[in-house]
Design a protein around this ligand. Structure first.
Ligand code: ADE
Ligand code: ZN
Length: 326
């Protein structure tokens, strides 16, 4: 259809993408084999069959287990390069990717191994595919403050490569306030900040991320719609929401595609963007996310254009860099 072609061709920025969540079953098996790691699965089909989740934690357990095959710099390079070629095929011209260092350092893989592999792939993508990028180092919120502070310290020698600090993993029971000091230090060190909030947690989690962590973007933010005063604050301060439609469906944050709040967010004047979160696990990259929403919510080319425009506005590019795309 014409909307499908429009979605494919329009230049887009992706702002909510976990690099560990782009590990396709084929690559997982290939890396497991060369690293001589035995998997719990015999085939790609068997892996795919295991990807059925009833909530966020269900998914996280499988996602952290999958990341266990990643051991060497080349593994992180291959993982990132594979995502970047896919992104290029979908007309993503700028991407801001999360990585979860603690997922790797906790099992003995050095911070430098992880970030160097990712960085080298991003550099190659800039040179060969013309894709610009930023790295967001995300803190695992189910771990304690000390681990977060230690991870922030490990990031300092790589300041040139890391634009922002984020917060992800199990939301309910791990509110933003748990990391108030970590985010204060991150800001003092000159990092931008973002946080996952309002995915499974209620509007109070979004409020804390904004008021206590003072983040410049909210990842997901779905449940901010439950609080009128909060909506007003988000609109007036133009705080972007990085929304992930297929993720929300797979993790049962939203029941059916037609119930997805994306259009409501746009109609309320929120700077919403469309992203793929963990595409290898949720059944689609950015264009499939756009397409699912355009079909369910009858999005027009105008909506798609607004969402693409929002993705650049909400990005960490400079005004001058943004003006090339908006
Ligand atoms: N880590 C990877 N994907 C995530 C998500 N959607 N929510 C929280 N943590 C995550
Ligand atoms: Zn996420």
């Amino acid at each position: 259809t014409t909307i499908e072609t429009f979605i494919q061709h329009i230049p887009k920025a992706e702002l909510h993408l976990h690099i560990e969540g782009t590990l396709e079953p084929e690559l997982m098996m290939k890396i497991a084999k060369r690293n001589e790691i035995s998997l719990d699965y015999e085939s790609v089909d068997e892996i795919k069959k295991a990807y059925q989740f009833s909530n966020l934690q269900d998914f996280l357990d499988i996602y952290y287990a999958g990341a266990n095959v990643l051991r060497h710099e080349t593994d992180f390079f291959d993982l990132t390069w594979s995502y970047l070629t896919k992104a290029h095929s979908q007309n993503i011209v700028h991407t801001e990717i999360f990585f979860d260092p603690q997922t790797h350092t906790e099992r003995g893989v050095a911070f430098s191994t992880v970030i160097t592999g990712i960085h080298k792939a991003l550099e190659k993508a800039q040179n060969e595919l013309g894709i610009s990028s930023k790295i967001i180092m995300s803190i695992l919120r189910h771990l304690d403050e000390d681990s977060a502070l230690e991870t922030l310290k490990e990031a300092l020698p790589y300041k040139e490569w890391i634009t922002a600090i984020g917060l992800d993993s199990s939301e309910v029971g791990n509110p933003p306030s748990k990391f108030a000091r970590v985010f204060e230090k991150a800001k003092t060190e000159g990092f931008e900040t973002v946080a996952h909030a309002g995915e499974e947690g209620d509007a109070g989690y979004v409020r804390e991320a904004i008021e206590i962590l003072k983040v410049s973007r909210i990842d997901h933010g779905n449940r901010s719609l439950e609080d009128e005063l909060l909506i007003k604050h988000i609109v007036e301060n133009k705080i972007p929401l990085t929304v992930c439609p297929l993720s929300n469906l797979k993790l049962k944050v939203v029941k059916e595609a037609i119930d997805h709040p994306l259009l409501k967010m746009l109609n309320r004047g929120m700077v919403a963007t469309v992203n793929s979160d963990d595409p290898a696990y949720f059944g689609g990259y950015i264009n499939e996310n756009f397409l699912a929403m355009s079909e369910a919510l009858n999005l027009t080319a105008k909506h798609v254009h607004q969402l693409s425009r929002n993705s650049f506005i909400a990005s960490f590019l400079t005004q001058e860099e943004k003006s090339k795309w908006i």
